[in-house]
Design a protein around this ligand. Structure first.
Ligand code: ADP
Length: 491
């Protein structure tokens, strides 16, 4: 018999199925709920409150009220609460990891990693909130002084995806709260439990009611419509697909809301002939198969120089043969399922189309039998840049391997996409490290490294991969307005 999720936790109170508004745990007005499933089994693990437009508006109004006091607190007071929240997340990391694995499917090792990463944003931004500096600006008139100060932008709406159910929240909520804003969050319907557990811990940390509100809903369109049109919302921060991001930007236009967009990617990973394959293999495996390929910075196009192409394919095939796809409850699992049956079917269709266009399957390539939404590690070769798969985000454990001859050809192939989030390359050549880094039209470049994300560095994309940066000293800017004050008659 399977053990219920709540019974796997040290602290059962972290398992929440109600929405969280104004410090209250709430059902939907009409008592409607939606099911959350474990993607490794397809079984329902929770029924979560399914809120609509009216409760979204209520959450926005509450946030606006709560923020009036919060913005007047000292940065240190806000930082102390965030620091406490950070400690509580770490203290409860095992429970949070179990909740995440149950709703998202990633292995416990990956979930533990994400919880640490998630907590790091709260600590980092607690500190950065104390460093929101302004400027004194010399003016032409000797009896005047110019000053620029930074103030919280206002109520922040956040819409987050299911692939990183905790970290995508803290990298938005951390900076917002630290500088004095309040947040209304709509987490992905596939993974609301991680978000609700974070709220439970925020409350225990002493975060005042109304500052962090969570509108759980299966009706993204209705909730999204309020979050993008309500005049009290001053900023929307979104992580998700490019089509939805574009739609939300358009919806935000009528009230001129500030937007931060962290959208899709089509990451290249270039392996030059002079690369050290012992370094390349673990790097490619991390970039391609972490979270079973479901990250926006996953290596989507592996572009390998002719001289080492065959050896690379042989070694990659041997490495993926060791993978063990399974449920988080199975200690032997090295990789988890995809998020839904539809996601698995979509990956399968992309592979099938590539094969119809002339690709060869080295391994994998067949949708796994249920239960659960598994897809095997797959390697595709005989690919070229005219095929559909070159331009689409695979979002699954499928390594699409291309070949190239010259450095210029590799750079051209890498940049041949409307996306520009992350790119990676491997070389032992110093000149090439600089030149190729500069030539890649990407917000983030990993040279001889694919584990590039951290709270201290700017995460974000060029081109249609988005706008704004999360993490780093730049990560607070999107939550601040700049106000110029001119003081006259000081002569
Ligand atoms: P993914 O393919 O990763 O699910 P989406 O862009 O569809 O990416 O989803 C990311 C987030 O955006 C989720 O929280 C989802 O519920 C939300 N979302 C999807 N469509 C809309 C919409 N029309 N309005 C507002 N939010 C949306």
């Amino acid at each position: 018999m399977t053990v219920q999720l709540v019974d796997q936790l040290n602290d059962p109170k972290l398992f929440r199925q109600q929405a969280y508004i104004n410090g209250q745990w709430l059902d939907a007005d009409n008592n409607d709920t939606f099911a959350v499933t474990d993607p490794a089994t397809g079984k329902i693990i929770a029924n979560v409150a399914n809120l609509g437009a009216a409760q979204t508006v209520a959450a926005i109004e509450v946030a606006d009220q709560a923020m009036r006091q919060w913005r007047l607190q000292s940065a240190k007071t806000r930082a102390d609460i965030l620091e406490c929240w950070h400690q509580l997340i770490l203290h409860n990391s095992e429970d949070l990891a179990i909740i995440m694995s149950a709703e998202q499917g990633k292995t416990l090792a990956e979930s533990r990693g994400e919880i640490g990463y998630s907590a790091s944003f709260i600590k980092w931004f607690a500190e950065e909130g104390k460093r929101v500096y302004g400027d004194v600006i010399p003016l032409a008139q000797s009896d005047r002084r110019g000053i620029a100060i930074k103030q919280p932008i206002g109520v922040v709406a956040a819409i987050t995806p299911w692939n990183f159910p905790s970290a995508m929240i803290t990298r938005k909520v951390g900076p917002a709260l630290s500088v004095g804003c309040a947040v209304v969050l709509k987490p992905a319907a596939e993974t609301p439990l991680s978000a609700l557990a974070l709220a439970e811990l925020a409350e225990r940390a002493g975060l005042p009611a109304g500052l962090f509100n969570i509108v759980t809903s299966e009706d993204a369109v209705a909730v999204g419509a309020e979050l993008t049109s309500h005049p009290l919302v001053k900023k929307l921060t979104f992580t998700g697909s490019t089509p939805v991001g574009k739609l939300l930007m358009a919806q935000c236009a009528s009230t001129v809301k500030r937007t931060s967009m962290e959208l899709g990617g089509n990451a290249p990973i270039i392996v030059f002939d002079d690369a050290d394959l012992d370094l390349v293999l673990p790097g490619v495996i991390n970039a391609k198969f972490r979270n079973s390929g479901q990250t926006c910075i996953s290596a989507n196009r592996i572009i390998v120089q002719e001289g080492i192409y065959q050896e690379f394919i042989a070694r990659l095939s041997m490495a993926v043969a060791e993978f063990n796809f399974g449920a988080y409850t199975d200690k032997g699992s090295s990789h988890g399922p995809l998020i839904t049956a539809t996601a698995a079917k979509n990956v399968d269709e992309k592979v099938k189309r590539a094969v119809a266009e002339g690709a060869t399957v080295v391994c994998g390539g067949q949708l796994s039998e249920g239960p659960g939404y598994f897809y095997p590690a797959t390697i595709l070769v005989d690919l070229n840049s005219d095929m559909a798969i070159f331009q689409e985000e695979i979002f699954g454990p499928v390594a699409a391997v291309y070949s190239f001859k010259t450095e210029q050809q590799a750079v051209d192939m890498a940049n041949d996409t409307p996306f520009g989030l992350a790119a990676y390359f491997y070389t032992e050549n110093m000149r090439r490290s600089w030149k190729v880094s500069e030539a890649l039209e990407y917000g983030m470049v990993g040279v001889n490294e694919t584990a590039i994300s951290a709270e201290v560095v700017p995460f974000g994309g060029f081109k249609e991969s988005g706008q704004g940066r999360e993490g780093s000293k730049y990560g607070v800017d999107d939550y601040l307005e700049i106000k110029y004050i001119c003081m006259g008659n000081i002569g």
